[in-house]
Design a protein around this ligand. Sequence first.
Ligand code: ADP
Ligand code: TZD
Length: 571
Amino acid sequence: MTSDTQSRDLTDGFHLVIDALKHNDIDTIFGLVGIPITDLARLAQAEGMRFIGFRHEQHAGNAAAIAGYMTKKPGICLTVSAPGFLNGLTALANATTNCFPMILISGSSEREIVDLQQGDYEEMDQLNAAKPFAKAAYRVLHAEDIGIAVARAIRAAVSGRPGGVYLDLPAKLLAQTLDVEQAKKSLVRVVDAAPRQIPATDSVKRALDVLRGAKRPLILLGKGAAYSQADADLRAFVEKTGIPYLPMSMAKGLLPDNHPQSASAARSFVLAEADVVVLIGARLNWLLSHGKGKTWGAPTPKQFIQIDIAPTEIDSNVAIAAPVIGDIGSCVSALLAGIDASFAKPGAEWMGAIAERKDKNLAKMAATLALNPSPMNFHSALRAIRDVLKTRPDINLVNEGANTLDYARSIIDMYEPRKRFDSGTWGIMGIGMGYAIGAAVTSGKPVVAIEGDSAFGFCGMELETICRYELPVCTVVFNNNGVYRGTDVNPTGGKDPSPTAFVKGARYDKMIEAFGGIGHNATTPEELTTALLEAIASGKPTLINAVIDETAGTESGRLTNLNPQSAAKKK
Ligand code: ADP
Ligand code: TZD
């Protein structure tokens, strides 16, 4: 080093990455360290950011994604190169699929060696690998570009339809030096990262015209509506129009599930019978039977009004009569402005038919929930949890599994927005502990994670992370000894268990005890209630092994029809 460079004040790539994130009010990184980013994580902590270290990158990525969904700021996940990056990529793809804003930042190996495929440590062309799974992907080669790259990544993640963004940081970049003054000037603070997108007035008028012609209208709220944080306007729109609504699973709580206009308990009926459906931040994908077929009461013609920020979502599966393109807040407030005293609320016939269906279905469900079979089943266990959670609407609920997901979604009511996090658009298993950690860290509130035993297995090692950071997470494992159920046997009579079977009578509660957490084994709804109340009151990392009848539940939960059936019979 010359005396000239020694005398100048220098900074480097490590510092610039942290400075650029902090410059944009990002205060938390979820990640897993190693070459070349260990010092980056250390520096983040030293500079006052929160670094939450995981045991596997997929869960760090899931935590970042759910933090993004909760806050409308991109969640940050930091990984090492090739394998660490690939572990995080599943979470990035899941975030993009679910429209959650996150940024996966990965260190990468030497460009010259990677591009000539000369075999570097953890060699991989990560930028190109990330592209199909991300909304955008960028690489930074010069320290003076770090500021603009971070700004670009933030804007790409949160503007328009949110999604996952990949940022590739080659090892050499982190060590590059830059003059402090020049470095300061290179930082970019993103102005208006997700600008309002105002819908065209003619599209609003068209939507109102269609709505006025409806005899049996229905509003469908999706997680895009929950994400938009337009809570007051959404509620006003539902209440002013008087239209019954259905929340998609993560939109539960946007209006409290016990709202009189909720049609959840008459879901099949309203989907089949409605003549005009207002989709607000919900896609007509498999979760809504693609907007056609028996679910939708075919061949009854339906008219759809669809509010979405992504114009290409319109007409994805069926014709949309009235698209309204813009951010949900702006679209809903524009529609609200057109709902005056002349707007006729839905007629008594439609509302009466829904109420009748609701009463019938709720009475049926109440009878099932009142049963106390031994061993406990999904219903009696979920009744116990429901009754506890009713008293704590502020608690975050994470939920995955097959039967465990399907039953919990319909049995457990939500009362506040953005408190329910689940398998989402992909129906993915393994999000549980990542989402639980992300939700606990982001909200500072307790989390209850209701997990199928198979689902939990994808992410169980993160119990150590939960214990290490002393997070108020109570995991309830619905243990029925297998994937879906625990009763399958090997048809050959051989020693290997069936593909769906697990060790019988496993004690998942012992796992958390290994890390200093609190374990409970619950075999009755009463034991489950006591354990859950204690867990919530203590705020301590807890795992309840809820022993569920291994014959309860069905293959693939409610998705049995998606399993291909072989027509050929083996002799
Ligand atoms: P669900 O699974 O709950 O039905 P989806 O994930 O299928 O919901 O749909 C969410 C939709 O919301 C996506 O099409 C996305 O483009 C849209 N979206 C997300 N954020 C906004 C926003 N702020 N304004 C308008 N639309 C949004
Ligand atoms: N792998 C991944 C990543 N996601 C998946 N959805 C699956 C595999 C397939 N799968 C399901 O769709 S549900 C499920 C698997 C393995 C587990 C169901 O068993 P469980 O829940 O114990 O979690 P229940 O309540 O006992 O049905």
